[in-house]
Design a protein around this ligand. Structure first.
Ligand code: ATP
Ligand code: SF4
Ligand code: MG
Length: 330
């Protein structure tokens, strides 16, 4: 039997502040097996980053874990102490490359000094002179194995392109060979060539066993398609469909997923458009309000009376390989 990398059960997370309370994640459950590369898809604001932040156990300010459990390689993230989380889980078991990490490298520090700073934060102690050489040597080898010029370690972030900064951030995050890597929109600010290099790097990290399991967050389905074997589709704070990537692309079940797939423009080899771009009319609901029924119902072309009053459970449609949260499949 395969080992479970992630077990999320009925997870709820809210933002609380002067703006009120945002019910950003409302009852999310899924598991990920070791070895999977799982894509997390959905429109802006559906809760992808909120999910990632909560899995790390150190959610950003204003975000609160309201309920539900998360286990990462057996560690129950909200039941163990922050000390244990920092010492045993962060970086070693779970490494997280947050959205906008392009800007995470400190501009006034060379990459190698930033790296030593990260080490100091992680271990809670100043790195002794004799250890520095060892750390830099293993980083040098790690960079080289990932096809990055180790000379980069002597550079300042502004001397590197955006794509290179992003790859450096991922290289540093995987120094401790984390069993699980979560990368949130690592490609979204990059040009096509840099995107390809970054996806190759993630693929190689797994091939080289520097990480075992990847959660790859992107609002862009074609990007997910290049790397992921499975796709979790989120809408308005919950999961609506979860299945093998090929199934999601070729035979999406949920009307929202169908809309997402239709919004991908296909091009012929001669550059002409093969299919027309169809966008989903309407916009997602305001997550500060109490939502009734299926969250997609105001935008759904297949809406039925029950959709407006009852939140659909997951159904496993006959002849289909994956579950979907929609009354059409009752
Ligand atoms: N710091 C915050 N304070 C208040 N609400 C927030 C905050 N961050 C996110 N939210 C709200 O929480 C919900 C989920 O946001 P989240 O950032 O997780 O979405 P996302 O799927 O990652 O979007 P994107 O694709 O734009 O990154 C949204 O309604 C968003 O407006
Ligand atoms: S439950 Fe109803 S409103 Fe929601 S996606 Fe299915 S058909 Fe549409
Ligand atoms: Mg996000």
């Amino acid at each position: 039997m395969s080992e479970l990398a992630v077990e999320v059960e009925n997870l709820k997370g809210h933002y609380k502040g002067t703006f009120g309370e945002v019910f950003a994640l409302d009852g999310v459950s899924f598991t990920v097996e070791t070895g999977e590369i799982v894509g997390i898809a959905g429109e802006s604001g559906c809760g992808k980053s909120t999910l990632a932040e909560l899995i790390t156990g150190f959610p950003m300010p204003l975000l609160h874990h309201i309920g539900g459990t998360i286990k990462v390689y057996g560690y129950s993230i909200y039941d163990i102490s922050k000390e244990q989380l920092r010492k045993e889980v962060s970086c070693k078991i779970l490494s997280y490359v947050p959205q906008y990490s392009l800007e995470s490298l400190v501009p006034i520090k060379r990459i190698r000094d930033f790296l030593l700073e990260v080490m100091r934060e992680r271990t809670g102690r100043i790195i002794a002179k004799e250890d520095r050489a060892k750390i830099l040597e293993s980083t040098f080898n790690h960079f080289r194995s990932l096809g990055l010029d180790p000379e980069i370690l002597s550079k300042y972030p502004h001397e590197l392109s955006g794509g290179m900064r992003q790859r450096v951030a991922i290289a540093i995050s995987t120094l401790w060979n984390p069993a699980l890597l979560i990368a949130d929109e690592p490609t979204s600010a990059l040009d096509v060539t840099s995107q390809r290099l970054l996806i190759e790097m993630l693929y190689n990290l797994k091939e080289m066993q520097k990480t075992k399991t990847i959660l790859f967050i992107s609002h862009d389905i074609p990007t997910l398609l290049q790397l992921c074997t499975r796709c979790i589709v989120m809408y308005a704070g919950g999961i609506v469909e979860d299945g093998p990537m090929d199934d999601i692309i070729q035979s999406p079940l949920h009307p929202y997923t169908k809309g997402l797939i239709s919004s991908i423009v296909a091009f012929n080899p001669d550059g002409t458009r093969e299919s027309a771009l169809v966008s989903i009319p309407g916009k997602p609901p305001d997550l500060r309000t109490n939502l009734v029924g299926c969250r997609f119902h105001p935008r759904c072309p297949h809406r039925m009376p029950i959709c407006e009053v009852e939140f659909p459970p997951f159904f496993n449609p006959q002849g289909k390989k994956h579950p979907v949260r929609c009354w059409l499949f009752k």
